[in-house]
Design a protein around this ligand. Structure first.
Ligand SMILES: C[C@@]1(CC(=O)O)C2=NC(=C\c3[nH]c(c(CCC(=O)O)c3CC(=O)O)Cc3[nH]c(c(CC(=O)O)c3CCC(=O)O)/C=C3\N/C(=C\2)[C@@H](CCC(=O)O)[C@]3(C)CC(=O)O)/[C@H]1CCC(=O)O
Ligand SMILES: NC(=O)c1ccc[n+]([C@@H]2O[C@H](COP(=O)([O-])OP(=O)(O)OC[C@H]3O[C@@H](n4cnc5c(N)ncnc54)[C@H](O)[C@@H]3O)[C@@H](O)[C@H]2O)c1
Length: 195
């Protein structure tokens, strides 16, 4: 029997959702990079006993990011929307798992699928176009490879196409089914030009 991928993808506005990252080692740096490259205005607090030099250097470019070098405490969860944990500390993972469940907060514990409410995805970015890839946790390396493949084959000027479609969409009058029919037709023609 084949398993299905039941994960529901969302595109989250990190500038409006207060995120806590616990842990500031190599994996913490990867997660901070994923958050801040997608949204440089992400509201992010990092709590780590000791943050690595690379993380400290990286967050310099993001003045809104708060780094507190001290042990995690439960009050760190106050006012958060998302929590990401990258400490490699199993008892702490369990404590944060229980506390976030009580507070109805969404939690990702890096590299520990069983304890996650959500996974981070591999992200293809071409201007306004963003494609998130999930392998249902089966192979993050394949997700990374597919990101590289799509980044290579999609044209860099996707923004030109999207702006054009946006202008046309705003100009179109008439009833919705007719608008959808015309946009379907137009995008079919435009996408035929892609490699
Ligand atoms: C996509 C990406 C996003 C991101 O992290 O930003 C991401 N992992 C990335 C890379 C990566 N991670 C690992 C390697 C080493 C090779 C390997 O082990 O495969 C590489 C490859 C590399 O770095 O080259 C180690 C690893 N990761 C997980 C486990 C545990 C397990 O599988 O049980 C272990 C073993 C740990 C150990 O053995 O100790 C688990 C998860 N990793 C996920 C996301 C979630 C599932 C996403 C999906 O559905 O595919 C999930 C379930 C939870 C989560 O962490 O959110 C990012 C690629 C970004 C990009 O480049 O595009
Ligand atoms: N990198 C690996 O080889 C490896 C192997 C197995 C699992 N992992 C997973 O990777 C993650 C961590 O990896 P890493 O390489 O970044 O580890 P790391 O040891 O470099 O970093 C751990 C970070 O967590 C912080 N930390 C630990 N306890 C804390 C506490 N009580 N309060 C606040 N901060 C605390 C440390 O100060 C540090 O910043 C974990 O999710 C772990 O399950 C990694």
């Amino acid at each position: 029997m084949s398993e299905t991928n039941d994960l529901f993808p969302l595109f989250v506005k990190l500038s409006q959702v207060n995120t806590l990252l616990v842990g500031g080692g190599k994996v913490g740096l990867e997660k901070a990079t994923a958050l801040l490259t997608n949204d440089p205005a992400a509201v992010l607090t990092i709590v780590a006993r000791e943050a690595c030099a690379e993380l400290k250097a990286f967050i310099q470019a993001f003045p809104q990011v708060v780094l507190e070098e001290r042990p995690f405490r439960l009050t760190d969860l106050d006012g958060r929307g998302l929590v990401i944990c990258a400490t490699g500390n199993p008892p702490l993972n369990d404590e944060i798992r229980a506390a976030t469940r009580e507070r109805h907060l969404l939690l990702n514990i890096a590299d520990t699928p069983d304890l996650c409410d959500f996974y981070l995805s591999s992200v293809v970015r071409k201007g306004h176009l963003k494609i998130a890839i999930s392998t249902n946790g089966k192979s993050p390396t394949l997700a990374k490879r597919l990101r590289e493949l799509f980044t290579e084959i999609l044209p860099d000027d996707m923004d030109g196409l999207l702006e054009h479609l946006h202008t046309l969409r705003d100009k179109m009058k008439g009833d919705l089914p007719e608008k959808i029919r015309r946009l379907d037709q137009l995008t079919r023609m435009l996408l035929e030009d892609l490699p």
